[in-house]
Write a protein of this length. Structure first.
Ligand SMILES: Nc1ncnc2c1ncn2[C@@H]1O[C@H](COP(=O)(O)OP(=O)(O)OP(=O)(O)O)[C@@H](O)[C@H]1O
Length: 901
């Protein structure tokens, strides 16, 4: 569903136009959608568009396009000032050609060949522009929300549950427009521009070369929201992927939200280390054992150069005295055994470290998942699921490895450096001085490198999170992507995001290359120095050839261990970078928790009495939009209440508040006389069931989906629930019956089938309060009837006897929806008492309804009005009897209300 906003302060809407080259008409402009501009109308000004050359320099093309508002009231029309043919230059022409007749605008621009060459090349890169439009131009009564205006302008049917990507509305409409739609497609819109809107539409937008190559900024930012500044030319998909969009800019942020930034900006590297070490306490034993074995294996490996030196002297000096009277073979055998002990210790070390690492990854993942799943709704509004999944998988691995494998390797390197240097000093203090000259610059460089890596890792992880979330979202909604034919653009967008990660990787590769290359050079140069000086010392009999060989080997060991130390440092920084992303999740305290089964007041039984007393509510993410203003509702236990009202007035929000997904700003919501805030939320929620507009099924079997509501339900209860929900017939026809796999989000079921499974699930929860949020909204008439029948059973308005489930099942299993259910099924013999004992004598039912048929069956209809309050309430027929009433008007307004009964 499109987001529905109507900011009373906003009197400008943004109309997105897509400029497309077409073979026969040159380029055509199709106006496709709207998005709100919170801006006060301003005097007529020229609108400067800017254009991006393929060379990425920005050049204003005001002479090419210019807005004019003198003839088309309420709309900024497009003029082609320099065109020889000047089609569209006169407003009358525009009016007669497309504007006044059709519900959306399609302005033909002459063949691009008729433009001077320079402008043609400019044009080729333009993909889309945004124009401003007063809402009166498309909605003279001002009654529509932007969510309704979008499909109105778009000229194509937007399904109720159509998928909306999580970018801004203007971004969405801009990118998800069918660029070549014709006016025949649009049967819905009507535009009656009002004359007085004429002079208040044009924006004055000036070139801002600091912005990304694709966006312009208004010259008076104070008057416009960020959205308004996004008056943009979007590059042609084929244009260079290097151009940075706003999204690209966002990807440079290390933190995914301002909340995360403010929470994490105070965290220091040392603090993060401390937390990580504390977190690893379950693995202390393994890590301790590994460190002990590390000492053994390092001792063995660091003695190798010493022994090799002695062996060289032994084999090159004829009368070399063998120690302890041992033979050569015994010495070789002894050394082989010594090395075998080292190998065993190394094996143990690696095994223990890896085990500790995997154990920590698993623990960290579970902890992060547990934190995520307990977060409040605001958290999920500011953090996208793909990014969270990336934190859950990639970041946890990086963090765990950084404090296990990496610490182990780092310790080994540190031991090697210390032992190697000590041996070198022991063997020849003179030669060792050279080594001491080399170490400080390498160490300094390592620190610099590590800090760089930390920063770049944080960015890379964030960018990877962005990629993951984008990919996940698109793949999850592949039908929308393919239906709009956006595969190429999606690939391009993903490619851009992926290129950004590549760019970061390139930077890291460059610095790493320089670092390790120069390290290697320093190492080799040191070797040369040692050979030069060492050779002279051998000649002067100050040291033996064996000593020099040992020294050289120690140099190599120490050199590689120094490199190991610096990579330990950089890997640690990677871990710290990634850990910050995890600490944000671990340390965030949800504003609403449903965690504890002991916290809060527990009621022995819920009757389902719901009271809203002077409730004021604004969504935390939109604090300037009031949804409810001193709302007062009293829903008596056991009643069936229908909530009606125009789209976007807060009907679904009401359901969310009852479930306490959000806390209200003021007033009180009482459940059975107790403030909802002081109730035990876990218990309360387990007494409420909701059948949402868009039923969410899990990618598992029908049975598992049903058991989600009541894990203890017997097979028999599942069947009864399916029958009540009018779902049994189609389920039993599936080859695997109730064990049929429904696909991701129930994709392999029809909308009506999903709804009915969701209803069966709600039924199984046996709730005190049942909320049906436009449960039939997405269905065709036949499906709706079937679901409606199921709902009627739930609400009790359809006389339904459990005995009917026994044999002569009148739940029309043979006459269900879409002709698909015409096969009769074997009747079930269900002992009615079984379920009847479980069913509540009365339950409160709240139906959010558009259809009169549903409204008629309710005890009372509450009508939500424009002021965030109930404007009318009463029995359906009473309300209908009032000709001047809001409800009556609402019902007769086809655009706002579904009148088909
Ligand atoms: N999570 C959210 N954050 C901010 N605003 C929201 C959020 N969810 C909904 N809104 C806004 O709150 C208002 C009420 O939305 P709600 O879904 O309750 O309307 P509704 O009456 O149920 O509409 P419809 O009949 O179209 O389903 C709308 O303007 C909507 O844009």
């Amino acid at each position: 569903m499109f987001p529905k906003t109507k900011n009373p302060l906003s009197n400008l809407y943004c109309l997105s136009a897509t400029l497309q080259k077409s073979r026969s008409f040159g380029a055509s402009l199709n106006f496709i959608s709207s998005a709100p501009f919170s801006s006060i109308s301003r005097p007529n000004r020229n609108f400067k568009l800017q254009h991006i050359h393929s060379s990425k320099s920005i050049k204003p093309i005001t002479s090419f396009y210019q807005f004019s508002s003198n003839r088309l009231p309420g709309i900024s029309c497009l003029n082609l000032m320099d065109s020889p043919r000047k089609i569209g230059n006169s407003s009358e022409e525009l009016e007669s050609s497309s504007y006044s007749k059709d519900s959306y605008l399609s302005i033909d621009i002459p063949d691009t060949d008729s433009y001077p060459q320079k402008e043609i090349s400019n044009k080729n890169n333009i993909h889309s522009i945004l124009l401003s439009l007063k809402p009166q131009a498309i909605d003279p009564t001002g009654s529509k929300t932007s969510g309704e205006l979008v499909p109105l302008l778009a000229g194509f049917n937007v399904p109720r549950n159509d998928f909306i990507f999580s970018s801004s509305l203007s971004d969405q409409t801009r990118s998800y427009s069918k660029s070549s739609r014709t006016s025949e497609n649009d049967q819905q819109a009507s535009m009656n521009p009002s004359e007085n809107a004429r002079d208040s539409i044009a924006l004055n937008s000036e070139t801002d070369t600091n912005l990304s190559n694709t966006a312009t900024k208004t010259s008076e930012p104070s008057n416009y929201t960020t959205n308004a500044t996004k008056v943009a030319l979007i590059e042609d998909p084929n244009a260079s992927s290097k151009a940075k969009t706003k999204l690209g800019e966002e990807k440079r942020n290390v933190f995914s939200s301002s909340e995360e930034k403010s929470m994490m900006s105070g965290h220091t590297t040392m603090g993060a280390w401390k937390k990580l070490i504390l977190f690893a306490k379950n693995e202390y034993k393994l890590l301790g054992g590994a460190v002990c074995l590390l000492f053994v294996s390092s001792t063995v490996s660091m003695s190798v150069p010493f022994f090799f030196g002695k062996l060289i002297d032994m084999v090159t000096t004829p009368d070399f005295p063998l120690p302890y009277g041992l033979t050569t073979n015994q010495i070789f055998g002894g050394l082989a055994s010594f090395f075998a002990i080292g190998a065993l210790a190394n094996f143990g070390r690696v095994y223990m470290i890896r085990k500790a690492s995997e154990s920590m990854i698993a623990r960290l993942r579970t902890k992060i998942y547990s934190s995520i799943i307990r977060e409040d709704m605001t958290f999920f509004e500011i953090n996208r699921s793909g990014d969270l999944v990336s934190r859950l998988t990639v970041d946890t691995t990086i963090v765990s490895k950084s404090i296990t494998n990496n610490v182990s390797d780092g310790l080994r390197s540190a031991l090697s450096v210390v032992a190697g240097l000590s041996m070198m000093i022991y063997m020849s203090p003179k030669l060792s001085i050279i080594m001491l000259l080399v170490i400080p610059p390498i160490a300094g460089y390592a620190v610099f490198y590590g800090k760089f890596v930390k920063k770049i890792t944080q960015r890379t992880q964030q960018a990877l999170g962005d990629i993951t979330k984008e990919a996940e979202e698109r793949i999850n909604n592949i039908r929308t992507v393919q239906a709009f034919g956006r595969e190429d653009e999606e690939t391009l967008s993903f490619g851009k995001a992926s290129n950004y990660v590549y760019d970061l990787g390139k930077k890291e590769a460059l610095i790493s290359g320089i670092f390790f290359g120069s390290n290697g050079l320093i190492g080799n140069l040191s070797m040369l120095l040692f050979l030069g000086f060492g050779g002279k010392m051998v000649m002067a009999n100050e040291i033996t050839i064996g000593d020099l060989s040992s020294f050289m080997l120690y140099t190599a060991y120490v050199g590689s261990s120094l490199a190991g130390l610096s990579s330990f440092f950089s890997e640690s920084m990677k871990g710290i970078g990634a850990s910050m992303r995890l600490f944000y999740i671990l340390e965030r305290t949800p504003k609403i928790t449903c965690d504890s089964s002991t916290e809060g007041i527990k009621l022995s039984e819920y009757k389902g009495h719901i009271q809203f007393e002077n409730v004021c509510f604004k969504y935390p993410s939109r604090p300037d939009t009031t949804i409810f203003n001193n709302l007062n509702i009293d829903i008596m236990p056991g009643t069936h209440v229908a909530i009606a009202g125009p789209s976007g007035k807060g009907k679904s929000t009401l359901a969310l508040l009852i479930l306490r997904f959000y806390d209200i700003n003021s007033g009180v919501i009482k459940i059975d006389g107790v403030d909802l805030k002081s109730l035990n939320l876990k218990q309360w929620r387990s007494n409420v069931a909701i059948v949402p507009q868009e039923p969410a099924l899990f990618a598992t079997t029908i049975k598992a989906n049903l058991l989600y509501a009541n894990p203890n339900a017997s097979d028999h209860e599942l069947e009864v629930a399916l029958k009540r929900a009018n779902a049994y017939s189609f389920v039993s026809k599936f080859p695997n019956g109730i064990d049929t796999f429904v696909g991701e989000r129930g994709v392999s079921l029809s909308g009506g089938q999903k709804q009915r499974i969701a209803i069966a699930r709600a039924l199984l929860a046996d709730p005190a309060v049942l909320i049906l949020d436009e449960a039939t909204s997405a269905l065709d008439h036949q499906s709706e009837q079937s679901v409606q029948q199921a709902l009627d059973r739930l609400t009790g308005s359809d006389e339904y006897d459990d005995d009917e489930l026994n044999g002569d099942d009148r739940n029309s299993d043979t006459v269900l929806v879409n002709g698909e259910d015409s096969v009769s099924v074997t009747p079930l013999h269900v002992p009615s008492a079984n379920l009847s004992t479980k069913r509540r004598a009365s339950r409160t039912i709240i139906t959010i309804a558009h259809r009169p048929s549903t409204l008629q069956k309710s005890d009372i209809v509450l009508v939500l009005g424009d002021n965030g309050n109930i404007v009318e309430s009463g029995n359906y027929y009473e309300l209908l009897a009032n000709d001047d009433g809001y409800f009556k008007k609402l019902l007769s307004s086809k655009n706002d209300f579904q009148t088909a009964s």
